[in-house]
Design a protein around this ligand. Structure first.
Ligand code: ATP
Ligand code: MG
Length: 469
């Protein structure tokens, strides 16, 4: 008899499912959370795990990772509350056999389970060593980079990591937006290193500093003698990135002609060096970053809409540091460690006043500003604790703006019920963000809409929905 483990914290669902599967000839065990599930897995030799994506103590991705590494012969099917093709791609790339969405239909479940049990063994047996080795070396590279990349504890940070993991295994183009210094390039690199292209080139190109004349040859390269001054053959960035990832920074600055040439290259997946007739096939994943609002630029006729849609297969917004309170001291500690290494110091902590100050400061230059502030403070500190004296005046003198708290909205009723509903979680997060931004800009709706990257009308509707006038 095939053994199935159901991990779901909704007791009713688990019970119904287990009865149904038992009636269909399976030996079923149920666990009400992830850790109980892992305990059962230690003792039982399960053929298959049906795991709910949202668990009270962990999530389906973590469970999948655990089960795959410890029990590679056990198949995993993830159950989720909503259908999301990108997540499906990710889970399957991570090794899930399949993915089913709620509501659960008995026939569909049975079908999926039977197929999984039939084919999973064949797949496991056929898995060859090199593939496993490749995975290990990717994990190691990723970990090394993760040494530099602080994931952070705030909700936006965890969400950011989720999105990176979601999109990395695909070939989607990605647009990364966020204020200056929020880590757009770091996120792009993280995506590259977490993707199957990790051992191919990652080429970063700063489009902001390209002159009109040189842009084309930087992108596409040129043949020797193709124009005055072309003394050597030059390989363009597309060609350099072939097989890997091309990261285009400040893409909003490109001229319209270059945008047209880019669109052609991306669409045809071929590049021709200037002065050459030979076409070179390309396999390049593109990630772009911008701290200007490209939709605005499109409206003003400065950015091509068709190019935007080409790039926008997936988009990631990195919130400013001031909205990632939970990350501030994690990052500060990380940069302190680096500064100690660089400067040969042994500064071990921040004084309580400094911590308070860091938590309240606006960090307009975001993570980059924090890195510089901590480095400077480490250099100026003689003892082992960073005190207010070591901070630049604009930080130590910074006063938090006074907000108008009269606008506390009514309790969001829907968000209180059904805590495990992703839609509600998203609503709750949205509501918190809107309120936070509104307070920051003193309820100036034009500014708030701009920061939130939505139009005023949408903002009005959302404010109405959450009872803020
Ligand atoms: N999550 C992170 N953990 C640790 N360091 C980070 C993280 N994100 C960014 N940094 C560091 O912060 C600095 C700024 O990051 P990055 O250059 O990626 O930002 P950016 O958004 O591309 O900035 P800009 O808009 O100015 O180009 C870099 O030194 C980078 O190493
Ligand atoms: Mg950058």
């Amino acid at each position: 008899m095939k053994k199935i483990l159901i991990i779901d914290d909704e007791v009713n669902v688990a019970l119904l499912l287990s009865k149904f599967l038992a009636r269909n000839g399976f030996d079923v065990t149920t666990a009400s959370n992830g850790s109980i599930g892992l305990e059962y897995l230690k003792n039982g030799d399960f053929n298959l795990v049906l795991c709910d994506f949202r668990l009270e103590d962990t999530d389906g991705r973590e469970m999948l990772r655990n089960i795959k590494s410890q029990y590679p012969k056990t198949g995993v099917i993830i159950i989720t509350g909503y259908s999301d093709i990108k997540m499906a791609v990710e889970l399957i790339k991570m090794g899930a056999y399949d993915y089913i969405t709620k509501p659960l239909y008995p026939d569909e479940i049975l079908n999926t389970i039977n197929k999984a049990i039939e084919t999973h063994y064949a797949l496991v047996e056929a898995k060859n060593e090199p593939e496993i080795q490749e995975k290990t070396s990717r994990d190691v590279r990723r970990q090394n980079f993760n040494g530099e990349f602080v994931v952070g504890a705030s909700r936006p940070s965890r969400e950011l990591l989720r999105q990176i993991e979601l999109v990395a295994p695909t070939n989607y183009s990605v647009i990364i937006t966020g204020e200056s210094g929020t880590g757009k390039e770091s996120v792009a690199k993280n995506i590259h290193l977490s993707s199957p292209r990790y051992n191919q080139p990652f080429i970063a190109m700063d489009c902001g500093s390209l002159t009109k004349e040189l842009a084309a040859s930087e992108f596409f390269g040129h043949e020797k003698g193709s124009f005055t001054g072309a003394l050597y053959t030059k390989i363009g960035h597309f060609e350099m990135a072939n097989g890997g990832t091309l990261f285009l920074d400040e893409v909003g600055n490109l001229s319209y002609e270059i945008q047209a040439a880019l669109l052609r290259t991306v669409q045809e997946r071929k590049v021709k060096r200037i002065g050459s007739t030979k076409e070179i096939s390309l396999d390049v994943r593109i990630i772009i970053a911008t701290n200007e609002n490209l939709l605005d630029a499109i409206q003003k006729g400065r950015f091509r809409e068709d190019l935007y849609h080409r790039f926008n297969e997936f988009s990631i917004y990195i919130p400013p540091l001031r909205e990632r309170g939970g990350d501030i001291m994690l990052l500060a500690d990380h940069f302190l460690k680096i500064a100690n290494q660089e400067l040969g110091r042994n500064v071990t902590s921040f004084s309580p006043e400094v911590i308070e100050c860091f938590m309240n400061y606006r960090w307009q230059g975001n993570i980059r500003e924090m890195k510089n502030v901590v480095r400077r403070a480490t250099l100026l500190t003689e003892g082992n604790e960073i005190t207010m004296k070591a901070l630049p005046l604009e930080i130590s003198n910074y006063k938090m703006p006074v907000y108008d708290y009269a606008y506390q909205p009514a309790e969001p009723v829907e968000a209180k019920e059904g805590r495990h509903d992703l839609k509600n979680a998203a609503l709750e997060a949205e509501y918190e963000t809107i309120l936070k931004v509104l307070r920051e800009v003193n309820f100036n709706k034009t500014k708030a809409a701009e920061i939130l990257n939505i139009d005023r009308k949408t903002l009005y509707n959302k404010m109405k929905a959450i009872n803020v006038k």
